[in-house]
Write a protein that binds this ligand. Structure first.
Ligand code: ADP
Ligand code: MG
Length: 318
């Protein structure tokens, strides 16, 4: 409804994981490079993790677009509530492998034969599993066994397992140790910093056909970053509702006060302070071992990425 008012061709802030809108930050580029490199060099098993709303599914859709253009066979499993037999049904159907049996050994035989045919033809096959943090241990175990499909030298099936950070924790459980050991590459999505948030919003407006006028004022962009903590899904929510609100009020552009109103509506105003929290040192003796370990982990994390200190507590790996 506001498109004409703001000179746009389409809604810029849809929450669909539409790869057309992919904004490439340094982290996104790294993650995409890791995924494509892993697949091209037949690394076998790649893990993609990131907080909710940081762009995992969007990135996977971009990857799938690219794979399809390259004529690579793909299967995309995004329903993580499947049991083992449903998982196999879904994967076989999405690969387009005709399969009239439900018997697992037969299904695996067919899959193996099909993968060998692909391999002989010089082709790759990729299984992409999204929301993997919700998969049952049984399905995860089957996925591990799929990595056994190999020739003497190479993996026949490339697997990308994507999920929220809980997936990493899940894979740390002793019974999933073997699966964790198979992971050869790790990619991550991250929240955006302030500069990236500005770029992200401008890029979405551009793709949505904006004629270049200023819609979000500089203080609005800062407020969006503060309330969203750089999470693209929340940025979209704030921007979409700010556009509606400004349109209803007949405003030409959007300032920080409109963003604050929307943030209040969605309870985003009860955010933690932006400065990273550090354990309270005022009473040194009370620093527990756990706190000390966390502080150490944060320090190590920061040393790994010295060029970009975390902007918000959420960006830190606590
Ligand atoms: N790098 C990005 N470029 C463009 N849009 C993004 C990016 N990351 C996230 N988004 C947008 O944010 C929303 C949530 O992204 P999504 O991929 O569903 O996150 P996740 O799968 O990690 O929960 C979607 O609307 C998506 O288009
Ligand atoms: Mg997702």
């Amino acid at each position: 409804m506001y498109k004409k008012h703001f000179g746009l061709q389409e809604n810029p802030f849809n929450v669909n994981p539409d790869p057309r809108y992919l904004f490439l930050t340094r982290h996104t580029q790294e993650a995409l490079a890791c995924l494509t490199y892993g697949i091209q060099s037949r690394k076998g098993f790649i893990l993609l993790t990131g907080e909710v709303g940081t762009g995992k599914t969007t990135l996977l859709n971009k990857l799938l677009d690219w794979l399809r253009r390259e004529r690579v066979a793909t299967a995309f499993v995004f329903n993580s509530r499947l049991n083992v037999s449903q998982f196999f049904d879904f994967m076989m159907a999405d690969f387009g492998i005709p399969c009239d049996t439900k018997q697992k050994s037969q299904v695996l035989l067919k899959l193996n034969q099909w993968l060998l045919d692909r391999y002989k033809a010089g082709e790759t096959a990729v299984l992409v599993v999204d929301e993997a943090q919700n998969l049952s241990p049984q399905v995860l175990e089957e996925i591990r066994l799929l990595t056994n499909l190999e020739t003497a030298t190479e993996k026949l099936l490339q697997i990308v397992l994507a999920g929220q950070p809980e997936l990493e924790e899940k894979l740390n459980q002793p019974q999933l140790r073997q699966l964790r050991q198979r992971i050869t590459l790790r990619a991550k999505t991250h929240p955006l910093n302030l500069e990236e948030t500005r770029g992200y919003i401008h890029e979405r407006l551009r793709i949505a056909g904006s004629d270049g006028r200023t819609i979000f004022l500089p203080d609005a962009l800062e407020a969006i970053h503060r309330y969203s903590r750089g999470i693209p899904r929340v940025i979209n929510l704030l921007c979409e509702h700010a556009l509606i609100s400004a349109f209803v009020d007949g405003k030409e552009n959007i300032g920080a006060e409109t963003i604050s109103e929307v943030a209040r509506e969605f309870d985003l105003d009860r955010i933690e302070p932006v400065a990273p929290k550090v354990p309270d040192r005022s009473n040194g003796e009370n620093l527990t071992l756990m706190e000390a370990l966390k502080a150490l982990a944060t320090l190590v994390d920061q040393m790994r990425t010295p060029e970009e200190p975390p902007a918000t507590p959420r960006e830190r790996k606590l």
